[in-house]
Design a protein around this ligand. Structure first.
Ligand code: PMP
Length: 429
């Protein structure tokens, strides 16, 4: 029995499934013991080039010496206080409001789910309305406002599909679900719920279903529709923020939302998230005297997360982080396309910057519904065979791969060689 199998057996005694978040309980089950740069290591001494990147935070690579050094330095003198604020919080807030176009002000919390919860509640307070629009396939966290129509079964698309048992009916019914890249659907929904929609929340690129690009004019169209209907536009940049640009994908797209949520790549794997937005909205939070929207959290602004985020952003300010990861991303996409073409395998390689997804289908998907044509089973085998060759990818191919600043051409070479070998073997049946 492998060390991973033994530890998994024991873990299940103490914890349901032996894992602490859903989706982690997958085959092969691995217990990890070490991470460094582009590599992760399991309890049996196997080494993998990591593209899962813990669902995205590792933009610089695992255990990054500069970030870790700054965290340790901060902990040498400070940690967490119940009142006032820290110098680190001020510095980080200054950086975020400088770089992110929509961030006139910012507040820190601990997870992306907290950030989206706060942004949605704020939008309800600001507009005096109740309803929320989200898109089928987009993920914004685990809470009742948004845990709906995420990875719906194909026959449940377009139906009332709660993401969890135990959700409140009121929350489910007040969350309206539209089709990504379909402005007519959004307009119809806004008109049918005239004067009732507080906010529209969107992943500017829905990375939770891989790499579906907004079609030209889609994000601007959402901005215009929200303006016309008095609805707040929330960009959930928990994945795209800092990964695609130091100012978020809003900077790339040239579309400024009212509120933005951030997390993941903002601190290279350390737990911190943020909600940011226009000052008249943000000043409704009760962190300010007279504010009437509750915002709190014992660990908000902890030195670990703030120091890590400052260091991560400093790396982006001072080194060619995006230039490097974008170049490797482009190389990976181009060469994987070449391999698939040579072997005659039907697939679409999508991506932006450091992120890519190989959909095993014949055309470019524009929304979640299109993904029913993707061959999910082919990917399961592909992933398992790549893991055997030391390449670690996400458990589902309608998710994505991430390149970090620690990946080099050497890791890309090794990966492409493995991809070619596995696909050649699979194409021969
Ligand atoms: N928004 C998006 C776009 C996400 O991808 C995620 C997490 N995958 C969340 C929100 C929730 O973040 P967290 O898991 O930190 O609560």
């Amino acid at each position: 029995m492998s060390n991973s199998a033994k530890l998994h057996e024991e873990a299940q005694k103490y914890t349901p499934g032996g894992v602490h978040t859903s989706i982690r309980n997958v085959d092969p089950f691995l217990v990890f013991t070490k991470a460094e740069g582009a590599y992760i290591y399991d309890a049996d001494g196997n080494k993998y080039i990591d593209y899962q990147a813990a669902f995205g935070p590792f933009i610089l690579g695992h255990n990054h010496p500069y970030v870790n050094g700054k965290v340790i330095e901060a902990l040498g003198r400070t940690d967490l206080y119940g009142v006032g604020c820290t110098d680190l919080e001020v510095e980080l807030a200054r950086k975020i409001t400088t770089h992110v176009p929509s961030a006139e002000q910012v507040l820190f919390c601990n997870s992306g789910s907290e950030a989206t919860y706060h942004a949605i509640r704020l939008s309800r307070a600001v507009t005096g309305r109740t309803k929320l629009i989200k898109f089928q396939g987009c993920y914004h966290g685990w809470h009742d406002y948004v845990a709906r129509n995420m990875l719906s079964a194909w026959d449940k698309i377009g139906t009332r599909d709660p993401g969890s048992a135990g959700m409140m009916d009121e929350a489910i019914d007040n969350t309206l679900v539209c089709t990504y890249n379909d402005l007519d659907d959004v307009e119809r929904t806004l008109k049918a719920n005239k004067g009732e929609v507080a906010a529209l929340i969107v992943e500017p690129i829905p990375h939770n279903i891989g790499c579906i690009m907004p079609q030209p004019g889609f994000l601007q169209g959402l901005r215009d529709l929200c303006d016309a209907h008095g609805t707040l536009l929330i960009f959930d940049e928990v994945i795209t923020g800092f990964r695609h640009n130091i100012g978020g994908f809003q900077k790339v797209a040239g579309v400024t939302p009212d509120l933005t949520t951030m997390g993941k790549a903002m601190a290279n794997g350390f737990p911190i998230a943020a909600v940011a937005g226009k000052k008249p909205y943000m000043s409704r939070f009760n962190t300010q005297p007279g504010g009437d929207v509750w915002f709190a959290g014992t660990y908000n602004g902890h030195a670990v997360g703030t120091a890590a985020s400052i260091a991560t952003i400093e790396m982006m300010e001072n080194e060619p982080v995006h230039e490097h990861i974008f170049r490797l991303g482009e190389r990976m996409r181009t060469e994987i396309r070449g391999i698939l073409d040579r072997l005659g395998i039907e697939a679409f390689v999508a991506g932006f910057g450091s992120v890519w997804t190989t959909y095993f289908m014949s055309f470019e998907p524009r929304n979640y519904t299109d993904l029913q044509y993707n061959d999910a089973q082919f990917y399961v085998t592909y992933r398992k065979k790549l893991i055997e060759k030391g390449i670690f990818k996400m458990p589902m191919n309608i998710k994505r791969n991430h390149i970090s600043y620690s990946h080099t051409d050497k890791e890309v070479d090794i990966t492409l060689e493995a991809v070619e070998a596995v696909l050649t073997e699979m194409s021969r049946g």
